[in-house]
Design a binder for this molecule. Sequence first.
Ligand SMILES: CC(C)(COP(=O)(O)OP(=O)(O)OC[C@H]1O[C@@H](n2cnc3c(N)ncnc32)[C@H](O)[C@@H]1OP(=O)(O)O)[C@@H](O)C(=O)NCCC(=O)NCCS
Length: 150
Amino acid sequence: MGAQPIHEIAREKLKPLYEGSGGPSLNFLMDLIAKPTSTAWYWEDHAEAVASAWFTHVGDEAELIDIRVAENKRRMGLAAALLRFALEALMGNGLTVCRLEVRQSNQAARKLYESLGFEVTGRRPNYYRVQEGREDAILMAVDIKAIPKL
Ligand SMILES: CC(C)(COP(=O)(O)OP(=O)(O)OC[C@H]1O[C@@H](n2cnc3c(N)ncnc32)[C@H](O)[C@@H]1OP(=O)(O)O)[C@@H](O)C(=O)NCCC(=O)NCCS
């Protein structure tokens, strides 16, 4: 149990997390981490992947590309724990800022990021397609070393 780095060997374990879900596909994310400018971790519980978080990095800035938790494991603190673990590891690798984009309507994710100290830094109007029209992307960022208890 705990956070594990994602490598190709974890692909099968991660499939259930990405089946039928919105957001980036597992194939896209696995291609991303084949590059040296990306890092990702998953949370393992009884040999199952129950959460994952994927980052790219440029210079001293990281970008959170995706985070998700299995539907039956939500609201148990897993995303917060995995994000804290990941940000601490990224800080250890010299990264100082983490940025992300989130759908305006994604209240769960926005609250999660706010709870860790992320702040809104901007907005991309009509960035995401939705069933009926488009919605804004909210841009957020955090100074990693300012996160309490990292
Ligand atoms: C967003 C997501 C990753 C949160 O995962 P989680 O493990 O349930 O989150 P946590 O239990 O760690 O929650 C930490 C805090 O985030 C906030 N939060 C999480 N889910 C929330 C919800 N549904 N409604 C309101 N606040 C929520 C709360 O502040 C929560 O703290 P609390 O439980 O003490 O109140 C999860 O809902 C998910 O996988 N969603 C689908 C994928 C997604 O939208 N990813 C984000 C892409 S930008």
